[in-house]
Ligand binder design. Structure first.
Ligand code: NAP
Length: 351
């Protein structure tokens, strides 16, 4: 049986399972069978901003009043009418919470393809499917392959800031996986300190990672407590939490990057704050610029090596929780949406 999991737009905690029809493929089309995908707060962010300018609900259209939340994961080709894409081949990319998804591949020179029929995405990143041979790290990859590019490119950004004299990096929602990836990379460099800022309930976990030089809870932040020129990388987009960090850093704060939206009531636009205006960070655009500057092959090789090391290292702090079927998927989604998933756990679901 084939189905789509749909979420009520006026109540993201309410879901339905709708049977789907596997229509005969047109020439050039490929039917993907969804294998497994990760659910983390980025999934919740897609749903929360489903009808924002980012239009995440436009990608996999749902029935009136319902959204199909995009996820990242693995799929195999169940049926192909595209000569260049063989049945049984396996890819990683942007998928709906469904059993199947039909694409129109435009094969890329290095392998993989772009879904040329997908026009509702803000960047090619979201319609590119990479070749994905089976690997023992696949559960971790399902969770982290969509997130680590943000960590990796932000680490490069921090390097530039440090070269310009910044000595202190402040990271909020320090327990989120994207921030952890960044902190892991930064812990291998010298010459600056990294402070992770998190909620009280996640402080011990965040300290235990050993990647941050200091870990502070949101309610422990002081005023004018930062001695060095500082840059703030925010993953909350919470006016309250960002305001507390601004007061903590005082005049030492030279810039803020808005990289995430873990605060469930965050609007898409950054709040007005007494200090540097937060700069929205859109990883696909940054990555594209880095590839243009460094050469795509060179960039990808460095990225792949760093990701492999990070994924392997996550075995020491990240437990994968597997589940299957629409109800397990909906449960995992609701848990993440409510902020109830411990940061030491990652949910990987199969339809
Ligand atoms: N800019 C980009 O290009 C880009 C790329 C990748 C990801 N992101 C964004 O980065 C953010 C983190 O994503 P992730 O998948 O790495 O997250 P994750 O690992 O699932 O994050 C979990 C952490 O986020 C905070 N959190 C989550 N839900 C919450 C809630 N309902 N209320 C309060 N705090 C909550 C908590 O951290 P604390 O207790 O430490 O605050 C929690 O430990 C997302 O908003 C995602 O969209 C952006």
């Amino acid at each position: 049986m084939s189905w789509d999991l749909v979420i009520a737009k006026n109540d993201l905690t309410s879901h339905e399972v709708r049977p789907s029809t596997l229509a005969p493929l047109r020439p050039g089309e490929v039917r993907l069978a969804v294998e497994r995908f990760g659910i983390t707060t980025v999934t919740a962010t897609y749903a929360l901003f489903g009808d924002s300018p980012m239009q995440f609900f436009g990608v996999f259209p749902g029935p009136d009043g319902y959204g199909r939340v995009p996820v990242w994961g693995f799929a195999t080709v169940a049926e192909s009418r595209c000569a260049d894409v063989a049945e049984g081949s396996r890819f990683f990319g942007y998928l709906p919470m469904s059993t199947h998804h039909t694409v129109t591949p435009e094969v890329l020179p290095g392998g993989g393809f772009v879904d040329s029929a997908q026009q509702a995405v803000p960047h090619d990143w979201y319609r590119t499917y990479e070749v994905a041979p089976q690997d023992e790290l696949d559960d971790r990859r399902a969770l982290l392959h969509p997130l680590f590019p943000c960590s990796f490119t932000l680490a490069g950004f921090v390097g530039q800031q440090v070269a310009g004299g910044v000595k202190s990096i402040l990271v909020s929602s320090a327990s989120c996986k994207t921030a952890i990836g960044l902190a892991d990379l930064l812990s291998k460099q010298d010459g600056f300190s990294v402070t992770g800022i998190t909620s009280g309930r996640h402080k011990a976990f965040t300290q235990g990672l050993g990647f941050y030089d200091h870990v502070v809870a949101y309610d422990e932040l002081g005023a004018d407590a930062v001695a060095d020129p500082a840059v703030f990388i925010d993953f909350t987009n919470s006016a309250e939490r960002m305001g507390a960090v601004y007061r903590h850093a005082g005049a030492r704060l030279s810039g803020t990057v808005l990289a995430g939206f873990t605060n469930p009531s965050a609007s898409f636009a950054p709040p007005e704050l007494d200090g540097p205006a937060p700069q929205l960070y859109f990883t696909p655009a940054v990555e594209q610029q880095l590839m243009a500057e460094q050469g795509a092959d060179e960039y990808r090789a460095r990225y792949r090596a760093a990701e492999q090391e990070f994924l392997t290292g996550t075995k020491s702090w990240l437990v994968v929780r597997n589940g299957s079927g629409p109800d397990a998927i909906a449960d995992a989604f609701r848990t993440v949406l409510a902020g109830e998933q411990p940061p030491s756990v990652g949910a990987v679901l199969r339809p």
